[in-house]
Design a binder for this molecule. Structure first.
Ligand code: FAD
Length: 479
């Protein structure tokens, strides 16, 4: 039966639309950090929405589970199949057309497989900004960004992917196509259905296209790399930055010394912009689309005020585009650098902005007490309350022994997050990695509502099973 269905799927997508040789499908089976290595009999690469719809209908009829996959840069194992080999992978990379761009309406309509950096580039060619920006932007796809509700470095100014979405086209789990590609900013005609699919991580349907918001392209940008006296100063500086820059604050990234050192050690071209070492840094960026705004003066004013208040003890403003790139290379290089320092237990958490400093202190003390020598690398988009609280293994420790304690450290860190009314997943999603854990942190009524939505849209559970909504959540629907 399954063999026959797979043959029919191959006919639907044609010879360029599927892969089954082990060496060809392996990249689709492995999660980007190597945490999961699943198995699939077939990778389908449809070239159109109609092909996606037919493939999904065939799978629904046969009860074959589907894992949608974009650029496979997701960090929660949502985009890779599980180990039993029954899932087929539906990769959207061939659906990479820009269907239309309307600069006057500040919208662009793209297929799901368009690479994020390409959308940014095409928007810029039309004197517009698509503000979603993250380290994986050269390989992640907009369908994956939508499905994970990706955040990135400019959320505090422009919002996350959810807020950048005006309309969607989705293939539903029974193979029907919902064309919700609206370009409206105002549309109060009942439930906002598109928002169900944003952040659903492929569990409710396959996003095949989206209409996205564009913004005026910034005319001027100013970027500073500053040292702070301690982590207590982080959010005071953030408050000052907001007050001094109005709506021009675009990024506010926390960078710890240990992260800078890891980046300098392992990533080409990363240098410390300051002469003295400090424990805590922030990368601050302001920008304006107005031809009259002087963001350089605004940033200088902010730093003068911060020096006087003692929230900044050293710092420098980028004097050129190259220097700005060098500051951002530190931010991105920290992620890369950690990979060379042995095992790293990751946490992508959010707490209310007012609790960021408390979280940093409490969580650092708790993990250090549990394992002396552990190396917390706490960094990220803390202007929106999001901290990547990654724990590098003690220098010289055994990697596997350390990684075996993943759940133990999750419990410690996520317990503190829950106590501060935070979230155990700020921007990476749930996928497989946090599926079970979510059942401890979501209220039973929320889990039940999630299970009801899933059950209503995908009663056969063929869309990315085992991700986001744990099987246990469906128990509440029985009886
Ligand atoms: P994939 O990894 O392929 O898939 C992710 C999930 O979406 C899976 O559950 C998959 O099944 C589902 N999916 C994919 N496409 C579709 C579709 N068309 N329809 C339905 N479901 C679909 N994330 C952030 O939010 N902010 C960051 O700053 C950030 N920085 C990163 C930096 C690096 C170096 C890396 C490696 C990752 C980073 N990420 C970040 C995580 C990742 O890039 C994002 O989650 C991204 O949105 C995933 O896109 P993708 O195309 O790779 O999706």
């Amino acid at each position: 039966m399954a063999e026959q269905v797979l043959d029919r799927i191959k006919q639907v997508v044609g010879p360029n639309g599927w892969l089954e040789e082990p060496r060809d499908i392996e990249p689709y089976e492995v999660e980007t950090r190597g945490l999961y290595h699943g198995k699939t009999a077939l990778v389908v690469r449809p070239g159109s929405t109609e092909e996606v719809a037919t493939v999904v209908r065939l799978c629904a009829e046969a009860g074959l589970p589907i894992v949608p996959q974009g650029g496979n840069t997701g960090l929660c194992g949502g985009g890779v199949p599980d180990e039993d080999g029954r899932n087929i992978v539906l990769a959207l990379g061939r659906m990479n057309k820009v269907r239309s761009i309307d600069p006057a309406n500040f919208t662009i309509t793209v297929e799901a497989g368009v690479i994020l950096a390409d959308i940014q580039r095409i928007a810029a060619e039309h004197d517009r900004l698509f503000p979603l920006s993250l380290g994986a932007e050269g390989s992640c796809q907009i369908g994956g960004n939508l499905s994970t509700n990706a955040g990135g470095v400019q959320v505090l100014r422009y919002g996350n992917t959810r807020e950048l979405t005006l309309g969607l086209e989705v293939v539903l789990p029974d193979g029907r196509i919902w064309n919700g590609l609206r370009t409206l900013r105002k549309d109060n005609t009942g439930y906002d259905l598109k928002q169900l699919f944003v952040g659903a991580e492929g569990t409710l349907g396959i996003i095949t296209a989206a209409t996205l918001r564009l913004y005026p392209k910034p005319r001027a940008t100013a970027t500073a790399f500053v040292a702070l006296p301690d982590t207590d100063a982080v959010m005071s500086l953030f408050a000052q930055a907001r007050a001094a820059t109005g709506d021009q604050l675009t990024a506010f990234e926390l960078i710890p010394r240990i992260g800078l050192e890891m980046a300098m050690k392992h990533v080409n071209g990363v240098v410390d912009p300051l002469e003295q070492p400090y424990e805590t840094y922030a990368l601050i960026e302001v920008s304006t689309a107005s031809p009259h705004g002087d963001v350089g003066a605004t940033l200088e004013g902010l730093l003068a005020e911060a020096f006087e208040a003692g929230t900044v003890v050293d710092g420098t403003i980028a004097a050129s585009g190259a220097q700005r790139d060098a500051f951002w290379l530190i931010r991105e290089g920290m992620v890369e650098g950690q990979r060379f320092e042995g095992g790293s237990i990751k946490h992508d958490i959010a707490v209310p902005v007012a609790s960021v400093a408390e979280f940093l202190k409490t969580a650092t003390a708790a993990v250090t007490e549990r394992l002396p020598g552990i190396r917390p690398v706490a960094f990220g988009h803390c202007g929106d309350g999001n901290i990547h609280f990654n724990l590098s293994q003690p220098a010289g420790a055994d990697k596997d022994t350390f990684l075996a304690r993943w759940e133990e450290f999750n419990d410690i860190v996520h317990g503190i997050v829950a106590g501060l009314n935070g979230s155990i997943s700020a921007e990476h999603g749930i996928g497989r990695l946090k599926c079970q854990e979510l059942t401890h942190y979501k209220a039973p009524i929320e889990l039940e509502l999630m299970a009801r939505v899933k059950q209503a849209l995908d009663p056969k559970h063929i869309m990315n099973p085992g991700k986001v909504v744990a099987e246990a959540a469906f128990n509440a629907l029985k009886g």
